[in-house]
Design a protein around this ligand. Structure first.
Ligand SMILES: *Cc1c(COP(=O)(O)O)cnc(C)c1O
Length: 392
């Protein structure tokens, strides 16, 4: 038989995705590690702390039951949706109908990236913060939507200037992503900002998708609000949530979307064509997480707060002033010395052997900043600070 070579072409929608900017930095990091250097990685936002014991035990127990070995349903177990509703009511005093207003996801990233397919037609626009968590942009591009960036600037406390969105753009837009507490800027939003977003959404018929992945990781007594707490929010919006960052469960893949029933139904219809739900033992484990008392979460926040203070106070002593965020496990630090964020990150990697993320990787308006992830133990962070201080 003669083998006929097939040239597999990459679809245009893949080619339209933004290029991955960190190829060179990744290569430099691997080279240092291969040469035996002790590299401290403050790049990825993946918690180092373990998943709580009761959650692991619930998984192990549920995995024994053959009833849990079969296909699950896309819409998730009723008991999971009820546990999510109970958690929302207790935490935010927002009441949700478990049958129509909650949809479990295989991690919130999955739902975020799929949402534009369910609610936006090709050529319609999606409003996306810049800088941002990358799936907002890539999900919109894959759905062949037009992406309209909303710059997040320090002068505006990293909130998009909603008054600055021009009318033509607003009329074309069907969906707006928001995310507070914010990745990568660590900024938080006020109720007044959410109210303003609801009003804009009403005027232009834009669905708001608020990503609340970091709502539980906050410091100094601050407790972030849910977008759905604002009057009228449920008529115009949904909220994404995740157990990943709250309960140190990034590998488990459970999140959910909740709020506007029509948007939830659209996303559910799309997903029934794509996946067959979350492994049921993982759903039971997620219930165990949501039903835990708050003490372990308080302790986790105290750990991140101590890490935040170690880095911010340590670098302040070295002459680098970084604002202290009141939520998330990130620091968003202005690049000293007027160099680009990529050049600065490269220098910190090469000279201090510390990985930090250039802000430009999250969108053009991220230029001028670097992101630190506080997901390594405090002693390692102190070591990183000491090394960076020598480079400054
Ligand atoms: C980590 C992160 C998520 C993703 O969470 P999963 O539920 O693990 O997919 C969503 N949004 C933001 C802003 C994040 O940083």
């Amino acid at each position: 038989m003669v083998e006929v070579g097939l040239t597999v072409q990459k679809a245009k929608r893949l080619q339209a995705l933004p290029p991955y900017l960190f190829v060179e930095l990744d290569r430099a990091r691997r080279k240092l590690q291969a040469a035996g250097h002790d590299v401290i990685d403050l790049g990825v936002g993946d918690p180092d702390l373990p998943t709580p014991r009761p959650v692991i035990e619930r998984l192990a127990q549920a995995a024994q039951d053959p009833a849990n070995h079969r296909y699950s349903f896309t819409e998730g177990l009723g008991v999971l949706r009820q546990a999510i509703a109970a958690w929302y009511l207790k935490r935010f005093r927002v009441s949700l109908d478990p049958a129509t207003e909650i949809l479990p996801l295989l991690g919130s990233k999955e739902g975020i990236a799929h949402l534009p397919w369910a609610v936006v037609n090709p050529g319609e626009a999606v409003l996306v913060p810049d800088p941002c968590y990358p799936p907002y942009r890539s999900g919109a591009i894959l759905a062949e939507a037009e992406v309209i960036s909303m710059p997040l600037r320090a002068e505006m406390d990293f909130l998009p200037d909603l008054g600055d969105i021009n009318q033509r753009a607003a009329h074309r837009s069907k969906l707006m992503f928001l995310n507070y507490p914010n990745n990568p800027t660590a900024a938080v939003a006020s109720d007044a900002f959410f109210q303003e977003a609801v009003e804009l959404a009403r005027s232009y018929e834009i669905l708001i998708a608020h990503d609340a992945a970091y709502s539980e990781l906050a410091f100094d007594g601050y407790r972030p609000a849910s977008f759905l707490q604002v009057p009228g929010a449920k008529e115009v919006g949904i909220e994404f949530h995740s157990i990943s960052k709250t309960f140190q469960m990034t590998g488990w893949r459970v999140g959910w979307a909740c709020g506007n029933a029509t948007a939830i139904a659209a996303l559910n219809q799309l997903k029934t064509n794509l996946d067959s739900g979350i492994f049921q033992p993982v759903q039971y484990a997620a219930i165990a997480a949501l039903e835990m008392d708050e003490q372990p979460l308080r302790e986790v926040c105290a750990v991140y707060q101590q890490r935040r203070d170690a880095v911010v106070d340590g670098l302040a002593q070295a002459g680098w002033a970084i604002p202290k965020p009141s939520a998330t496990f990130y620091l968003w630090a202005p690049v000293p010395g007027g160099v680009s964020s990529m050049d600065f990150a490269r220098r910190v990697l090469e000279q201090a052997h510390v990985v930090i993320t250039p802000g430009s990787g999250f969108g053009p308006s991220g230029e001028g900043f670097v992101r630190f992830s506080l997901t390594v133990p405090v002693e390692r962070l102190r070591e990183a600070v000491a090394r960076i201080a020598k480079v400054l």
